[in-house]
Design a protein. Structure first.
Length: 54
């Protein structure tokens, strides 16, 4: 991953798991959407996301 790849990956994970997001449409064009358990953990958890760059 490049310089910004890790932050992007962390943001995607937070969007997938966080109750604070309604992110089902965000993943509509991705391979994960085809998984049988895609909705199992989607937006089900309280997530604390901290950026260490600021």
């Amino acid at each position: 991953m490049g310089r910004f790849g890790k932050s992007y990956a962390a943001n995607m994970l937070a969007a997938y798991y966080s109750k604070g997001c309604d992110s089902e449409n965000m993943f509509s064009g991705l391979e994960i959407r085809k998984s049988s358990d895609f909705k199992l953990h989607l937006n089900q958890y309280d997530v604390i996301h901290m950026g260490m760059n600021e």
